[in-house]
Design a protein around this ligand. Structure first.
Ligand SMILES: CSC[C@H]1O[C@H](OP(=O)(O)O)[C@H](O)[C@@H]1O
Length: 362
């Protein structure tokens, strides 16, 4: 049973406070959009898909008890609060994508004379709630496509009909704590394990928030995976010494050309993987792919407080007064990415825009 980052029933939302993990497991109530914005901005809940789901559900629990006198007033409320939620963190596109889709639904329902304001509210609640199940289904599909792609690549490289168990490296946290469940890159790891094809998984600590040491390691130990924690600075030595078959990471925003914004440190892992001839995969649902931007140069990179670097909890580890640069993400160019694993298949960056456009049209 993997860890549950989000607990929701209609009218009630709680999130697992990830700032306290792995030492303390505590759920926090999210009573509305203000709470939703705060837990996302403070990274008490984080991970591109989880951000979108918690943001939208925080709006659902807020409007659930409310009565609206018109569809127009309901639509105006939805638009203002969705835009506010998008402002909580700028880099991941999932919240913006979800806001656009829900606002489009609200606009359609506003125009539909066969739908009254009560029905419109119910349709909106149903749409936000559907995100939970869809995310888990998408992650299982990502896991299946990703595991198959990695095993096929390894078998082909060995000139063998099929691959044995493989060693993989992942960065940051992309598991049940970053999604509604199962995970994206960690979903690929879970699928390899379910196939009996996971020899070992390495996870980086992922300074400064330590998503790897605190969250991914927590998930892997919880489910008894053969796993080893490594420091971010060890990746080159690891790829040189440990026969890692592939790297698989998540994404916060993939541009139309395949450039990918992900947790800081991803870019240098991709460079090291290229040097060592190790395939480098990005695992992300279509809701993380932003075809509106042509390349990674257009992705806003969030910069977070210095304290996240200078302290671990309450303990200061950096000299007082030192300047800090704390970008939460970096952009890996498409040229370093072997494949982008989605719930609809694995695509080379150069094919991404055309393929996703066709998929979205069907
Ligand atoms: C499936 S999670 C995607 C992505 O989100 C994480 O960032 P953060 O922990 O700051 O929200 C990390 O970049 C993951 O790869």
């Amino acid at each position: 049973m993997s860890l549950q980052s989000i607990k929701y029933t209609r009218g009630s939302l709680e999130i697992l406070d990830q700032l306290l993990l792995p030492v303390q497991s505590k759920y926090l109530p999210v009573r509305g959009v203000e709470d939703g914005w705060k837990v996302i901005n403070k990274m008490q809940v984080r991970g591109a898909p989880a951000i979108a789901i918690v943001g939208c559900l925080s709006l659902a629990v807020e409007i659930h008890p409310e009565e609206f006198d018109s569809k127009k007033s309901l639509r105006q409320e939805l638009e203002g609060k969705l835009n506010y939620l998008v402002s909580a963190r700028p880099t991941a596109v999932n919240m913006k994508m979800a806001a656009d889709e829900l606002l489009s639904l609200a606009n359609d329902l506003t125009k539909d004379d066969n739908v009254d304001v009560a029905a419109m509210k119910q349709r909106f609640l149903n749409a936000t709630e559907a995100m939970l199940k869809k995310d888990i289904a998408d992650n299982r599909a990502i896991g299946a496509h990703g595991a198959k792609a990695i095993l096929q690549l390894v078998a082909a490289a060995a000139g063998a009909p099929m691959s044995g168990p493989v060693r993989v490296l992942t960065h940051c946290n992309t598991g049940s704590l970053a999604t509604a469940g199962y995970g994206t890159a960690l979903g690929v790891v879970r699928q390899l394990s379910e196939l009996g094809k996971l020899e070992h998984v390495y996870c980086t600590e992922t300074r400064p928030y330590n998503q790897g040491a605190r969250l991914t390691a927590y998930e892997l130990v919880h489910e008894k995976f053969p796993a080893t924690l490594v420091l971010d600075s060890m990746v080159a030595a690891l790829l040189r010494a440990k026969n890692v078959a592939a790297v698989v990471v998540g994404a916060d925003r993939v541009a139309a050309n395949g450039d990918t914004a992900n947790k800081i440190g991803t870019y240098q892992i991709a460079v090291v993987a290229k040097h060592h001839g190790v395939p480098f995969f990005v695992a992300a649902p279509l809701t993380s792919i932003d075809l509106h931007i042509p390349s990674g140069d257009h992705i806003i990179i969030e910069e977070r407080p210095d304290r996240e670097m200078t302290h671990v909890g309450e303990h200061r580890i950096a000299a007082p007064g030192i300047n800090c640069w704390n970008p939460a993400f970096d952009v890996t160019p498409a040229s370093l990415i072997t494949g982008i694993i989605t719930e609809r298949g694995v695509f080379q960056p150069a094919q991404l825009k055309e393929t996703i456009t066709k998929l979205l049209e069907t």
